[in-house]
Design a protein around this ligand. Sequence first.
Ligand SMILES: C[S@@+](CC[C@H](N)C(=O)[O-])C[C@H]1O[C@@H](n2cnc3c(N)ncnc32)[C@H](O)[C@@H]1O
Length: 618
Amino acid sequence: MCKKWLERVERGFYQEHGKYLDDIQREILIRCYDSKQSYEKIATALNYSPRTINLLASQLWKLLTDVFKEKEKEKVKVTKANLRGAVKRFIDQQDLEEVDPINSTTTKTFQIFISDRSKNSEPSIAEQLRKTLQDARQATTIGQDWLQRSNKELNEYDCFLLIVSSHSVDESEIMIEELQRARESRETRPDKPLTILLIHAGSHLSLPLNHPLHKQLQDISQSECLSSSDLPILVAEIMKCLETTNESTLRGLLLLIQKLGKLKISDNWMLTYVGENQLHKLGDLVLDLKNRKIRSGYAYWGVGPTRMWTTACTDPCYHMRENIERFPDHARQLANYVNKEQYNFVSLGVGEGSKDSNIIRDFFNRDDQAKPRDDFSYLPVDMSLDMLRVAIGRIQELPSHRRIAIQRDIETKEGMAEIAHIAKVLGENRPILYGFIGNTIANVEDPEHVLNNIVQVMKSNDLLLFEAQIINDSALTNNQLQKTIQYVKEEYEGISFRQFALSALLQNSDLSVEPKERDSCYLVEVSLQPWKYGQVLQIGCCFENNTDKELYLTFPNEDTTTLGLKEKIHLYCSRKFTQGTLEHFVQATNLSILGKSLYLTNRGTGFVVMMLQRNYQN
Ligand SMILES: C[S@@+](CC[C@H](N)C(=O)[O-])C[C@H]1O[C@@H](n2cnc3c(N)ncnc32)[C@H](O)[C@@H]1O
């Protein structure tokens, strides 16, 4: 019978001690773990004296203590009595490291060779990159003698980085030779992949299209490093390439996607990259509920909130309906910034998908065919798998293998870096139109941090279609403010939005309050707040215990909490920015406004859609 736990322990044992368990050690381990047999019984079964088994067992527990030691925690001594618990903790810890490579304590070191052909002045990007890689504990060599090294030496490297700039053109002969040598090395060792990456430093390499170097570069991943502030994100990209996606895996994935395109099956499915363990997400949400504050993405996470959000978006009384209806006319005015023959579309926080369906129609359809070019890729991103499935269903004009959904949290730096990396590889290096629309920026805890994460992954010709809700300065003057606050409260008190806002709590707890009483516990708070970039109208939606008793809540993982009288759980937060505040904010986040279109009601609220581009200083 195959014992999974034993395989894991044996592997750990080998990693720690450089040898496997011997037969007698294995027997002792299995018998103590499986049936807690006494040493006497084991001795009889194995034909040893009890004293010997006692001795061998105590040596084994010592060796296992070293295998199971939890980094940064106190070393826990393994004994016969705590063996099962120790094995379980060890396996859990390993699983955690596998799903969270960023926090993994066992980072692999890669050998990276940098060939600097950029001819940049000091301090060169290559030198800075080498230092940054070394800080990330990567063994890096920088040199000009790739061609002089023996095949044996080349085989030591995991990665060949070629750094180029517009000054490298007269070195193209040598670069062709270097790339050829790297390819040859890669082909001779399928078991130890060599990642080849081209990095544009400072500016792009400008070559005529028929130049022989172009042919060499065709299937090579390319990145940019236009200034030293790009280095951390570049290093993250390199590490991602090395750790998770060597070139042959990626080529395999692309091939798979192409094959999927030939399958003659219904359109009723989606190809999804699930980047996060949903059980961890549930754990985080329960923690949020216990801390009395649900963070942005969690308010939409799961099938209940997805259903309620989708319903709210069709409710004529909810202001989102008007936004969804008016959005296409305003967004369309910015379509000319996007070259439909080149760009792919990555939608961050896709929601129920109606707006994306309009964007694809208005920005990417070719006039003569009413659909985008054949290799156009649409990558909707959302924390909620259910939301992705609803959204994908709305995008019918694309074949299923060109609609690749990504489940990932965009509020984390690693999440955004991963999304950009996937988009780049699956989109075969084409420029990207990122969509970040529907006021999602206003719902997150820290808008500056989130927008900055997005800006950091944008390449020089990527674009960002950005939308947020705005409020006119005149609606905030002393004599208008109370009326405006009342109006905005009504927007969020409407029945369909209320049902949505409560849905994350209802889906993830056993809240037992009659629907009528529950409605009286729903509260919307609106206030004018100063912010670093100007004024914002802050909106908070809460569940307040307005019943006459304490409420006991149990969550899906059996955790519990008690909500005292008048105690609140913050369900949803949002903001409306003044136009000046918003523009100040995006410009301070290193973005230029290429164009914008806005809509305002006679009450002074509405939305603005902008086309933004990252600023690059040479
Ligand atoms: C306000 S809705 C906007 C939907 C859509 N873009 C629109 O304009 O109608 C916000 C969407 O972003 C997703 N979202 C919110 N926070 C997120 C996060 N941290 N990571 C990924 N998705 C998130 C939600 O699940 C939801 O689908």
